[in-house]
Design a protein around this ligand. Structure first.
Ligand code: CP
Ligand code: NVA
Length: 326
């Protein structure tokens, strides 16, 4: 059966079959080659896309804008809208659905993206919620496929740190869908929720994936990928002191990289990252006696690190999602 995603939203990768995810990845690789070769396709000519961000962003916003503009679409970056303040999500969605061919939303509750999709009648793409970051997951796997020369079902991916955050949830979900070996390494109190773990284990029964959690650093042995994210996600800033205490033993440093016993292990991070004290947030935390670096500068800048290739791949994968669903 040919894959047809026209009209579909991407609220979470839970709703996508393995072959649909692979189709999006193939399309992203094709679009990346075309962009490199200077071939313009203008597949989205005449389309109008709106981007709504209730949380800050660098990569996701620019990836959507560049991807849309590359393909000939028009983009509105909507700020100061009435949504949620003077107008319900339902009414806003109905209005946006009359104006736009697609809606990107980043914010807090997953229910907001779900309601936008339910009431707008056009594809809605989740640009990050508290629960999920599906466009990120696609870029993550694309980057692994570029740098690890093994079939997906032979790759071991370790996410270390806050293993129940949006990025980790998504990585576990996509690893399960693609038959990969996924290990969450972090403290017990931040382990994946039972619901997420059970969903991944159910998927794994069909795909042959191996899904594990451990609090032991030895879990990184044999990893092809070491992945981490910030210790405090957007919206949970008040948790900083407790997270530093819990997660300092899980900071990614060269000793941890060596523990993988794989010279070619790659380091991934969705970014933004605290790897030095060149940011206001890291400096202010340091003044309060908190070292919030989830990875050392040495690892971040090492040959293992593919984080900027990963960031670029946000654009190619987001382009693939928009083209496939519009
Ligand atoms: N990785 C990611 O979503 O980055 P931004 O927050 O900059 O969009
Ligand atoms: N887990 C992070 C990801 C940022 C891209 C957050 O939600 O803030």
């Amino acid at each position: 059966m040919p894959i047809n995603l026209k009209g579909r939203s991407l609220l979470s990768l839970k709703d996508y079959k393995p072959e649909e995810i692979k189709y999006l990845l193939d399309l992203a690789f094709d679009l990346k080659s075309k962009k490199r070769a200077g071939i313009r396709t203008e597949t989205l000519k005449g389309k109008n896309i709106v981007l709504i961000f209730d949380k800050t962003s660098t990569r996701t916003r620019t990836a959507f804008e560049v991807a849309a503009l590359d393909e000939g679409a028009h983009v509105t970056f909507l700020t100061n809208s009435q949504m949620g303040k003077k107008e319900s999500i339902e009414d806003t969605a109905k209005v946006l659905g009359r104006m736009y061919d697609g809606i990107e939303y980043r914010g807090f509750k997953q229910k907001v993206v779900e309601d936008l999709a339910k009431y707008s009648g056009v594809p809605v793409w989740n640009g990050l919620t508290d629960e999920a970051h599906p466009t990120q997951g696609l870029a993550d796997v694309m980057t692994m496929m570029e740098f690890i020369h093994k079939p997906l079902n032979q790759m071991k991916v370790v996410f270390i740190g806050d293993t129940r955050n949006n990025v980790a949830n998504t990585l576990m979900r996509i690893s399960a869908k693609l038959g990969m070996h996924y290990v969450a390494v972090g403290p017990e109190s931040l382990k994946p929720s039972d619901e997420m773990m059970n969903e991944a284990l159910e998927t794994a029964k069909e795909t042959g994936a191996v899904i594990e959690y451990t609090s032991e650093l030895d879990g990184v042995k044999g990893a092809d990928v070491i992945y981490t994210d910030v210790w405090v996600s957007m919206g949970e800033e008040d948790k900083m002191p407790e997270r530093v205490e819990l997660l300092t033993p899980y900071r990614v440093d060269m000793d941890l990289i060596k523990k993988t016993e794989n010279q070619n292990v790659i380091f991934l991070h969705c970014l933004p990252s605290f790897h030095d004290f060149e940011t206001i947030v890291a400096r202010e935390a340091k003044e309060r006696g908190l070292d919030i670096r989830e990875v050392t500068d040495e690892v971040f800048r090492s040959r293992h690190s593919k984080v900027f290739d990963q960031a670029e791949n946000r654009m190619h994968t987001i382009k693939a999602i928009m083209i496939a669903t519009l």
